[in-house]
Each structure stands twice: as structure tokens, then as C-alpha cells.
Design a protein around this ligand. Structure first.
Ligand code: FAD
Ligand code: NAD
Length: 474
């Protein structure tokens, strides 16, 4: 008899959801966590702190005489901003703790290490204890990628794990890596009046997004005086005294970037290095990730993996759902697989969200489509909110009129996207939006306006094709 039916290694969204699901099925569940509290990267250093920081930045901008006038903005102290983050993180940790307790999930504190396929050592300052389980869920998440040749001292050069621990707002910040983390923090600090330089070796940041949306983001970032150094890789980073401590970044092109602080955000790797995978016959890929099948099972029959440690899409909500599904599969409960149409939300300022195909993907795959765009400045709610740069873009199949993709940048984009997500998932299209009435004044009205725009383009194109056909016949 094992100590537990399931032990989840890691208390992020995947571990929490898997353990609670197992408990609801009457199983004995435990979660191992090496940090002081349960919550994972999601609550302690990732999603919740960064999104709370963003809201704190935005509230200070709203308090300013004019959000659009950089010079007139109130510049809060780092302590004021961080205070809000600490408060929300603390509350979220309490909620998770309470939820696990209510569901009789045992919390085991310490670093987990596999001794064999049914035995785990848990190392803590109290010593080493051993627990056994019938099944394990590896949901250890990720840690920042830190190539050995780059100095990350945590003071001048830091990863996203430490960026909010800065005592003061820096005068300048260099962000290395224009992925989601880099872009989000670059835009937040730029809106605080920090002089930001963003470096990425790719030609443009966030290449997986629709190009038009990235164009708008770049425009907005430039308005906040962000310098973009794209298509440029970093050769070295040194900490210099000039006369104050600063990071000196040398790019492969020979250019230098000097900034008081450097955020190093070039991706994250699975936290599998010290897990004892060799003792259970598993190995991780070069980025520390584990491979699983459609049921989240690894090659070891009783060992499952979910969340960021299995790679794409590596989001909080998808990790949560993967954890729940892994638990169901483990205990023979049939469940619907996770739907493909999950949204991506980027909490830059302005925020971005998308679901479905981009124009670039449809063009590459030769899918005939038409786009419809609504600009927030043409919508009453956009005017009320003072957002005159936001836009919603819908992509429809030209022949079937099905909805294929939704792309949004601007206020509440991450909420607004869910209307489109539902229509996309349920197979709806242009005619749904044309015949549906939304609340007024709301941003949801953008769906109707974008649909009109696409319908008009389709009609003009059909008329032109018909006229062309008549001319040919004549
Ligand atoms: C700065 C930042 C911002 C983000 N913003 C968003 C966002 O806005 N939206 C979004 O959807 N996603 C966001 N993410 C991603 C999101 O945080 C992750 O997708 C999510 O946390 C992954 O959940 P998980 O369950 O895989 O584990 P994690 O949340 O990564 O937690 C894993 C836990 O396992 C523990 N652990 C690791 N090894 C061991 C061991 N050997 N023994 C015991 N415990 C161990 C770790 O201490 C950690 O607490 C962000 C990430 C970062 C870094
Ligand atoms: N809103 C969200 O959903 C959200 C927010 C933050 C983080 N996250 C998660 O966190 C994960 C990690 O984010 P990330 O931004 O660190 O990684 P990423 O992989 O998204 O981006 C890393 C970027 O760094 C660039 N890069 C790599 N090496 C470089 C070098 N030597 N010089 C210059 N540029 C270099 C890459 O071209 C890439 O654009 C993401 O996969 C995402 O799932 C999600």
C-alpha cells in the first residue's frame, strides 16, 4: 500500500488542479513544493506579480494629470508599486492554501527527488523524508534560461524572478529577449518613464502574433520612447561603474547598450535538472522538458507530466486544465480533451489577445479569407474609455464565411477575446455577428463593426468579380 494515490511535484496551476481533482474522486492526494508556500511560479514570481504590477502602473497613470502626457505623469516609487504586488500575492497564496486544505490535499514541503518509480525523497532543512505513491504528476514548471556565459548577478542583471525586488525604479532598463516576458515588462517600465531598450535576435518581437497587431504594439512602444534593437543578438553583458553601476551589453553587431538595470528574459527551461529522472528511466530534452502522450503520461507508466514542463503552450490556464485531465486519465475517468482554441493574452500596455489563425498563417496555407477591422475610436465605449488606438480584427473564410481568427489590441483585449473564442469554437461566422445585437455602449460592439467591414469587402469583391466575368463573356 502506497502512502498516496497521487503525488504532484510542484504546486503551480497544474499541481493544484490535479490534486484537487484526484481528491474529488476520493483519492489520497499530496503536493510537494520546494518553496515556502503553495502557488507555483504563477503566483509567486510569474503571472500574478507581473499582472498586479501592471495594474498598479496603470492606476498611477490614471491618477496622473494626463496619461498621454509622459512628462505630466506621477512617477510612483518602486515600494508603492511592489506593495500592491505583495498584498495580492499574499491573498492568492492564502486562497490556494485554503483550497488544498479544504480538499484534504496533503502539503509536503521540500525538494522532490525520485528514488524510483514509486518512491520520492523530499529534501528540506528538516532532513530527508521518503513518500511512496501509486502515481506521480511531474508539474515542476520552469526556471529562467541562464546561459553560463552571461552574468546574472540579481542586482544589475536579473531575470523576471527578481525584477520586482528592485529597491528603486531605474532610470534606464535594457530588456534582453522580446518574448512575452520581455515585451510585457518593457512596456510597463516604459509607461513609468523608464528609458527602455528592447533587444531581440529575431527581426520583430512576438512573431507568433498577427503582424498588424505587432505593428500597432511597436508603434505604441515607440510612443513611450522604447528603443527597439531587433535582429541583434547579445554577445556579452558586463557590469561596469560608469560612474554608477550599470550593465554594458555588447551586441554581436558591435553596438553597445548601457542601462542601469538589465532584464534577461530569453526564455525558460523545465525545472527537471535535479529531479532524479535518471532513477525512473526518463530524460528531458535540451530545454528541460518532458514528453507526454495525449493522456499526459510519460514513458514511465505511472508517471504523468503537465504544465510548463511539457512545453507549448505554457500558460497558466492550459497548465491547470492539463493537470486536471492528467488526474482524470490516471484514475480512469473519461474526459473531453482540451480544446485547441485557447486564447493567448499578452499583458503589455496596451494589452493584446488572440485566438485562431493569423493572417500570415492563412496566407501561407493559401486559405481564402477576408478581414474586418473595428477601431476602438469609432466605438462609443472606446471614446468613453479614452482608448483611440485599440483595434479588433476578425478573419473570415471568404467562401464559407466561417470565423477563422480573432486579434485584438487595446483596453480589455484579454476579456473581449472570449466572445470571438466562443463563436470560433462553436463553428459560427460572419452571419452570427451581422444578426446579433450587443450591449451599447460596449467594446463588444467592435465585433459587429468588424463584421460589417468584412461583409462590405466581400460584397465589393463579389461585385467586382461579377463585373469582370460579364466583361469577359461580353
Ligand atoms: C513573468 C511571468 C509572467 C507570466 N504571465 C502569464 C500570464 O499573464 N498568463 C499566463 O497564462 N501565463 C503566464 N505565465 C506563465 C505561467 O506562470 C505558467 O504557465 C504557469 O505558472 C505554469 O504552471 P505549472 O503548474 O506548470 O507550474 P509553475 O507555476 O511553474 O510551478 C511549479 C512549481 O514547482 C516547484 N518545483 C519545481 N521543482 C521542484 C522539486 N524538485 N520539488 C518540489 N517542488 C518543485 C516550483 O518551486 C514551483 O513552485 C507567466 C510566467 C512568467 C515567468
Ligand atoms: N501573458 C502570458 O501568457 C505570459 C507572460 C509572460 C510569460 N509567459 C510564459 O513565459 C514563457 C517564457 O517567456 P520569455 O519571454 O522568457 O520567453 P520566449 O521564449 O517567449 O522569448 C524569448 C525571446 O528571447 C529572444 N532571445 C533568445 N536568445 C537571445 C539572445 N541571445 N539575444 C537576444 N534575444 C534573444 C528570442 O528570440 C525570443 O523572442 C513563455 O513561453 C510564456 O508561455 C506567458
Amino acid at each position: 500500500m502506497y502512502d498516496y494515490d497521487i503525488v504532484c511535484i510542484g504546486s503551480g496551476p497544474a499541481g493544484q488542479r490535479a490534486a484537487v481533482q484526484a481528491s474529488k474522486l476520493g483519492k489520497r492526494a499530496a503536493v510537494v513544493e520546494r518553496r515556502h508556500s503553495a502557488g507555483g511560479v504563477c503566483i509567486e514570481t510569474g503571472t500574478i506579480p507581473s499582472k498586479t504590477f501592471r495594474e498598479a502602473v496603470r492606476s498611477f497613470m490614471r491618477l496622473s494629470a494626463s496619461g498621454a502626457d509622459r512628462a505630466a505623469r506621477v512617477r510612483p516609487s518602486m515600494a508603492e508599486l511592489a506593495g500592491r504586488v505583495t498584498h495580492v500575492v499574499q491573498r492568492e497564496l492564502e486562497i490556494v492554501q485554503d483550497q488544498l486544505e479544504r480538499n484534504d490535499v496533503a502539503m509536503l514541503r521540500g525538494r522532490a527527488f525520485f528514488r524510483d518509480r514509486h518512491t520520492l525523497e523530499i529534501h528540506s532543512f528538516e532532513g530527508v523524508r521518503t513518500v511512496t505513491a501509486e502515481n506521480f504528476l511531474v508539474c515542476v514548471g520552469t526556471v529562467p534560461a541562464e546561459p553560463g556565459d552571461v552574468l546574472v548577478d540579481g542586482e544589475t542583471v536579473m531575470t523576471s524572478d527578481a525584477i520586482l525586488d528592485m529597491d528603486e525604479l531605474p532610470r534606464s532598463l535594457a530588456v534582453i529577449g522580446g518574448g512575452v516576458i520581455g515585451v510585457e515588462y518593457a512596456s510597463m517600465f516604459a509607461n513609468l518613464g523608464v528609458k527602455v531598450t528592447l533587444v531581440d535576435r529575431r527581426p520583430r518581437p512576438l512573431e507568433f502574433l498577427d503582424g498588424e497587431i505587432v505593428d500597432e504594439l511597436i508603434h505604441q512602444m515607440r510612443c513611450e520612447l522604447v528603443t527597439l534593437r531587433c535582429g541583434e543578438a547579445v554577445a556579452s553583458i558586463d557590469v561596469v561603474e560608469s560612474p554608477h553601476k550599470a550593465g554594458l551589453i555588447t551586441l554581436e553587431s558591435g553596438k553597445h547598450v548601457v542601462a542601469q538595470k538589465v532584464l534577461y528574459s530569453i526564455g525558460r527551461v523545465g525545472a527537471t535538472a535535479d529531479l532524479g529522472l535518471e532513477n525512473i528511466g526518463l530524460s528531458a530534452d535540451s530545454r528541460g522538458r518532458l514528453t507526454v502522450d495525449g493522456q499526459f503520461r510519460t514513458e514511465a507508466e505511472n508517471i504523468y507530466a503537465a504544465g510548463d514542463v511539457i512545453g507549448f503552450p505554457a500558460l497558466a490556464a492550459t497548465s491547470s486544465e492539463q493537470g486536471r485531465l492528467a488526474s482524470c486519465h490516471m484514475f480512469g475517468i473519461e474526459s473531453e480533451p482540451m480544446r485547441d482554441n485557447f486564447p493567448v493574452g499578452i499583458y503589455s500596455i496596451p494589452e493584446i489577445s488572440m485566438v485562431g489563425a493569423t493572417e500570415e498563417e492563412l496566407t501561407r496555407d493559401k486559405v481564402p479569407y477576408e478581414s474586418g477591422v473595428a477601431r476602438f475610436r469609432e466605438i462609443a465605449r472606446g471614446q468613453i474609455l479614452g482608448d483611440d488606438s485599440g483595434l479588433l480584427k476578425l478573419l473570415f473564410h471568404r467562401d464559407t464565411r466561417e470565423l477563422l481568427g480573432i486579434h485584438c489590441i487595446g483596453t480589455h483585449a484579454t476579456e473581449l477575446i472570449h466572445v470571438g473564442q466562443a463563436v470560433l469554437t462553436l463553428g459560427g461566422g460572419l452571419d452570427y455577428f451581422l444578426s446579433t445585437v450587443f450591449n451599447y455602449p460596449t467594446l463588444a460592439e467592435c465585433y459587429k463593426v468588424a463584421a460589417y467591414n468584412a461583409a462590405n469587402k466581400l460584397r465589393f469583391a463579389a461585385q467586382a468579380a461579377e463585373a469582370h466575368g460579364r466583361r469577359k463573356v461580353g
